[in-house]
Design a protein around this ligand. Sequence first.
Ligand SMILES: C[C@@](CO)(OP(=O)(O)O)[C@H](O)COP(=O)(O)OP(=O)(O)OC[C@H]1O[C@@H](n2ccc(N)nc2=O)[C@H](O)[C@@H]1O
Ligand SMILES: Nc1ncnc2c1ncn2[C@@H]1O[C@H](COP(=O)(O)OP(=O)(O)O)[C@@H](O)[C@H]1O
Length: 306
Amino acid sequence: MQSMIAPAKVNLALHVTGRRADGYHLLDSLVTFSRHGDLLEVEGGAEDDFFVSGHFAAHVPIGETNLVTRARDLLRETFGERAGAPVHLHLEKNLPVASGIGGGSADAAAALRLLVRHWQIDVDEVALAELGLRLGADVPMCLSSKPLLARGIGEALEELPHFPALPLVLVNPNIPLSTPDVFSGLERRDNAPLPALDTFPDAASAAKWLEAARNDLEEPACRLVPQIRDVLGALGEAGALAARMSGSGATCFGVFGSPHKARQAASILEARHPDWFVLATQTTAPEHGQTEHSQIEHDHAHYARA
Ligand SMILES: C[C@@](CO)(OP(=O)(O)O)[C@H](O)COP(=O)(O)OP(=O)(O)OC[C@H]1O[C@@H](n2ccc(N)nc2=O)[C@H](O)[C@@H]1O
Ligand SMILES: Nc1ncnc2c1ncn2[C@@H]1O[C@H](COP(=O)(O)OP(=O)(O)O)[C@@H](O)[C@H]1O
């Protein structure tokens, strides 16, 4: 059996800078990945099957739209016989679904990596990213899972080799948000790109830089789910140096000065808001991309009572 973490993606900043003729938006986004995520396991079997467990399993679509089985089928379509042997796939769904932290995209990226390894298919990183893009705009960045700048529709990636690991608290009010609905609500699509990136020696300097950056999707997302403002306010009250929404929401993150402060804030938020998803975590350093993840971290995750 082989397994891999599918880490949560956090858009620390996301500027919408234009729109392509096909309707996809042009982005300029600073993206990091968390130590926590879903877990995907693969092993050979007599026939294909796919099983989902974990706190958010009930929210995962099973069938043709699932991004894990779509990744498997895309590899079969592309590599034929070489990807022929049946596989058992098990997804432990720990991240909220449709929540702006790319859980489905991360699952797809983990499935591509694990299956390519399982079937011993020789495919280079560029070709794998091209396959990933066919599953979703966020899949190439999830294949990297390192701190990076994402441009184009999210597929033009520039890794940031010196980005620090940031202590974060992720909070979701347990309300799913549809990505296309949030993009549709944008009032402006020609916003300025990200401010110039500095070197960030620590969390405080990253939080300072965030003051001059935005998530342009925050406004339309808040119109659809006003509780996002409550989440941002609660993160601020719990001591976050900066608090923003990730992706198309509704998950927000707070940046904290130390892992200890992040855990303390998560405990406060859990006590005050037992119906929210709260997770104290840390972003991965540049030397820890998806290929190096081996073990999921379950500690300090608080899942709202269903
Ligand atoms: C907004 C972001 C930011 O990282 O994250 P999430 O909120 O999904 O986590 C991504 O751009 C989401 O990427 P992903 O979720 O893979 O998008 P896709 O499946 O390719 O597209 C879903 C829909 O989102 C819209 N879309 C997506 C990406 C993009 N650059 N422009 C868009 O307009 C389109 O309406 C598209 O039909
Ligand atoms: N393995 C999966 N996990 C989560 N969502 C999935 C998966 N496969 C398909 N989906 C679909 O993808 C959509 C986006 O989910 P997700 O990637 O969690 O959103 P976001 O990128 O906004 O965090 C969901 O509405 C869900 O129906």
